[in-house]
Design a protein around this ligand. Structure first.
Ligand code: 4AD
Ligand code: MG
Length: 481
């Protein structure tokens, strides 16, 4: 007999049919009622056993966490809490679970503790919901781009370049670290390394995506990226997944429109397809926030998501944002840890959060940042009155509770300008000859952005720590599992 998934039973309710369900025991009451979960839905299926018919030794093995199968007939439930249940004719135990040794307990356990047993936390209601939502968002992203004629590109994981020019890379090598070969000049002899050159894990697939966009028109990447930045925050991972669309013949406005459409589309998709999981996550968040003072609590999760799908994002320039921040109450009263003094400095997350959560009370797109604080590939703006220094056609999207969720720009398509910037920023031209070639041959205006996938999952699930939305987080001092 074939196994039926609980999600399908709930959807079709085939009363009177004989079924086989397989899953893990969530609870066993009165030697009679098993709450069974198989991961296909947050809902458990009630399996009713006739303990007088069952072998006592087998009854003993139906315990929290055990993997079992139950064959029986689907009937309308007599009890409250479920419409249907399975009247079991046969129970099979696949895997026992000793409650004395099992690190999971049928009670609330802290997220910090569950992080230490990340190999088992999938089995909790919260993480079941998080990982179902994570899947749905990934699927929605592919669907969004596919439906619009974008081609999914697989850009390399191992590269020889630093796409962001920020130097935060993990080295990839097969050289023996205990005895590194050296040249006569005393430098590391990469000639003897696997790729005959120095290589690292990619920080972004953007540069290669640009190459594809300048032939295929509209492309995107969705892959793992790596940053060796020593950031121990609730928003940073050393290994995270990034979605990077790249569009030929697009400018900054087109780029903002695409990003806003995409974010609203995928959040709407999750609202439609993960309603039950989102309800669980909303209740969890409300519970978590009970310990916070009233004025620090956020909107209920689903309301917050609807708010983003139903309102357009606020768009303003960096220069305008600095004015708002300079004149803001927290700045005048010295409440910011980093006072906003003048034009040109990077915004801290407290400033981003002020703009989004206090001033505009909705997602914000900041544009035209000072060139000095942005990457070499961003398009240089023409000087503008009232703007103190050179800017680039950059855009960052800021979300409530998250801060920066998207970073992107129109790209510098003019060869001379690009080379000029690279020289200023000490980006090696020789290593990026292939990137520069696109500006020599058939260059055109184009734009793109990067969406941090885990930050999106964080926003949609309401999880406070980014380490709780990726199965096995990598961060300074941790590469367990
Ligand atoms: O702003 P970033 O560094 O931009 C780029 O990498 C560009 N190449 C993107 C592009 O234009 N194609 O990163 C993009 C996004 C950020 O907005 C943030 O959401 C996420 O990636 N991100 C991180 N997420 C988790 N942990 C980290 N350490 C992250 N660093 C960036
Ligand atoms: Mg950024």
């Amino acid at each position: 007999m074939r196994r039926t998934k609980i999600a399908d039973i709930i959807r079709t309710e085939p009363i009177g049919t004989e079924l086989l369900v397989k899953g893990w025991v969530k609870a066993f009451r009165n030697n009679q009622f098993i709450a069974l979960n198989d991961g296909s839905t947050p809902h458990n299926m009630q399996v009713v056993v006739d303990f007088e018919q069952l072998d006592p030794a087998q009854l003993e093995r139906i315990r929290f966490g055990a993997a079992i199968g139950a064959r029986g007939t689907l009937v309308e439930s007599q009890g409250k809490g479920q419409k249907v249940e399975i009247k079991a004719a046969e129970i099979v135990i696949y895997g026992d679970c000793n409650p004395e040794e099992y690190p999971l307990q049928p009670k609330k356990q802290t997220l910090e503790y569950l992080r230490e047993i990340a190999h088992l936390r999938f089995r909790t209601n919260t993480f079941g919901a998080v990982f179902r939502v994570r899947h749905t968002l990934a699927y929605a992203i592919h669907k969004f781009f596919n439906d619009r004629g974008f081609y999914y590109q697989h850009t390399p994981i191992i590269t020889a370049s630093d796409a962001e020019g920020a130097g935060e890379m993990f080295r990839v090598t097969t050289l023996p670290i205990e005895n590194v070969p050296r040249t006569d000049a005393g430098e590391v002899d990469f000639d003897q390394d696997f790729f005959r050159r120095s290589t690292n894990l990619t920080v972004s697939g953007q540069l290669e995506a640009e190459l594809a966009a300048l032939a295929l028109g509209e492309v995107y990447t969705f892959g793992p990226t790596f940053r060796a930045e020593n950031s121990n925050t609730t928003r940073h991972l050393a290994e995270f997944w990034m979605i990077e669309p790249e569009v030929a013949f697009a400018d900054l406005d087109d780029n903002m429109n695409l990003a806003e459409d995409m974010l609203q589309y995928v959040i709407r998709y999750a609202l439609e397809h993960c309603a039950d999981d989102l309800k669980i996550l909303e209740d969890r968040l409300t519970e978590e926030e009970k310990s916070k003072p009233q004025d620090q609590r956020t909107m209920p999760l689903i309301e917050k998501l609807r708010f983003v799908t139903d309102n357009s994002f606020e768009r303003l320039t960096y220069t305008e944002a600095i004015d708002i921040l300079k004149n803001s109450n927290p700045n005048k009263k010295g409440k910011f840890q980093y006072p906003v003094e003048g034009w040109g400095t990077d915004l801290q997350s407290e400033h981003e959060r002020y703009l989004v959560e206090k001033h505009f009370k909705k997602p914000v797109i900041l544009t035209n940042y000072p060139a000095a604080i942005k990457a070499f590939y961003m398009r240089q703006d023409d000087p503008k009155e009232g703007v103190p220094g050179p800017t680039v056609s950059a855009m960052d999207i800021l979300f409530p509770g998250i801060g920066e969720i998207v970073g992107g720009s129109q790209r510098e398509e003019r060869y001379e300008r690009l080379v000029g910037r690279m020289q200023e920023m000490h980006i090696p031209e020789k290593e990026l000859y292939w990137y520069l070639d696109t500006r020599k041959f058939g260059s055109c205006p184009h734009a793109g952005f990067g969406l941090g996938f885990e930050r999106l999952v964080q926003f949609v699930t309401g999880m406070t720590n980014i380490r709780d939305v990726i199965a096995f987080p990598r961060f300074p001092g941790n590469a367990e599992f």
